[in-house]
Design a protein around this ligand. Structure first.
Ligand code: PEP
Ligand code: MN
Length: 256
């Protein structure tokens, strides 16, 4: 059993409910987010993901809409009564982003950005701490201590795969980290099968595995038209594929 992390008066992560977070890799436009917000809230999704600050391998790739993206997220959050998780890369943006999002995401590339960890540690909002792609479990846990030591214990871990010699998948999804993190830290942990596999056809099987191994939820990339997505379209589900996953996962029995 883990300690629950409160997101709002009605919503916790780490409780009985298996939380399904969904949304696009990146916030691209108002129209895109409007269609996603409408679709996801219609299904009963409570937490929307979407990057406004995108950590891209190439500086020439789409970097996200920045503050404009956060404003779009806030609009959709209010219109559809969703909570929002979004990545912050720069400690200077933590305060600026405060009113726009409900959960700060620390991405894989920043798991050991100690200035950022300390800054979000001083914020009174939950933190989604993704695993560094080259981080051991011990390094990941120690990174979380940087947040906790500043006074913030609302930490949710996110297993998103690690780099191994295997290159069929984008990363190797290390599902045994789930029970290990839960017992070592008492924090909830969710799985990101989209980045963890980098292949849309593997998102459903790894979501099932995440639920079976006892994860507290999953986070899935969804896009109205993955072929034209500005980032990570190859691993994003379209609405029909996501609705199918949602139905299958919510019908699975969760044995803890
Ligand atoms: C993301 O979730 O938007 C993301 C960039 O993932 P990661 O940091 O795990 O690569
Ligand atoms: Mn992505």
């Amino acid at each position: 059993m883990v300690d629950v992390v409160k997101i709002s008066d009605e919503l916790v992560i780490g409780g009985k409910e298996f939380i399904i977070i969904a949304g696009p890799c990146a916030v691209e436009s108002e129209e895109q987010m409007e269609s996603i917000g409408k679709f996801l809230s219609g299904l009963g999704i409570k937490i929307l993901r979407g990057g406004a600050f995108k950590p891209r391998t190439s500086p020439n790739a789409f970097q996200g809409l920045g503050m404009d993206g956060l404003k779009i997220l806030k609009d959709i959050r209010n219109r559809y009564n969703l909570k929002v998780v979004s990545e912050i890369m720069d400690p200077r943006d933590v305060e600026k982003a405060y009113e726009y999002i409900d959960i700060y995401q620390v991405g894989s590339r920043n798991m050991q950005n100690y200035s950022l960890l300390k800054e979000v540690g001083r914020a009174d909002k939950p933190i989604l701490l993704k695993r560094g792609m080259g981080a051991t479990i011990d390094e990941w846990v120690k990174a979380s201590e940087y947040i906790r030591i500043e006074g913030n214990d609302r930490i949710i871990f996110c297993e998103r795969g690690i780099r191994t010699f295997e290159d069929y998948t984008r990363n190797t999804l290390d599902l045994v980290s789930i029970p290990i993190i839960q017992s070592k830290t008492k924090c909830p942990i969710i799985v990101d099968p989209s980045h963890g596999t980098g292949r849309k056809e593997l998102v459903l099987p790894s979501s099932k595995a995440a639920l079976a191994i006892g994860a507290n939820g999953i986070m899935i990339e969804v896009h109205p038209n993955p072929e034209s997505a500005l980032s990570d379209g190859f691993q994003s589900l379209n609405f029909r594929e996501f609705a199918d996953l949602f139905e299958r996962i919510t019908n699975m029995e969760r044995v803890l």
